[in-house]
Design a protein around this ligand. Sequence first.
Ligand code: VGL
Ligand code: ZN
Length: 198
Amino acid sequence: MKALILVDIQNDFVPGGKLAVAGGDEIIPFVNELQKEFELIVATQDFHPADHGSFAVNHTGKKAGEFIDLHGLQQVLWPVHCVQGSEGADFVKSLDMSRVDKVFPKGTDKEIDSYSGFFDNGHRKSTGMAAYLHEKGVTEVHVVGLAADYCVKFTALDAIREGFQTVLYKEGTRGVNLSPEDSKKAFEEMKLAGVKII
Ligand code: VGL
Ligand code: ZN
């Protein structure tokens, strides 16, 4: 049994959003079409409180793109994005959500960021997505969404760790590319970990 995971396809990650990924909106038609091949579809939702520790504004004198130590983990600081209850946190309007079986919010704890849809960045707490998928008899997950070099990468890597055969569609993702090669490196890292990239 295979499942499709839609990672963070939210307003703040597409052009016009607070943490816009270049071309992020271009994946939507592909993703909507791809959904037709799946009977089980889940979505992750970046969903931060306004005082989240990953936001540069919550650290005096710090700017987005700078690094800090957040309770023992290296954290790159972001602009305010995907705040709970804001429009930026909503799924992109043109994304078909009618066939999504369950949404897994993440990044809800202000003390720790959460790129993967499965675990926070310290692998301390699970979102419940792995248990949900295992319970449904899923052995293979296919991943699309935003952003390739952050949440998509860490979701795919955790999927492998959780024992799922994992497929990533290049056409269904775009990267932040804080450094120009980040997406390319992310694809290499995923491939090395056993993710099938198509
Ligand atoms: C993401 C940075 C911060 C993502 C989420 O969805 O890739 N990136 N929060
Ligand atoms: Zn975030």
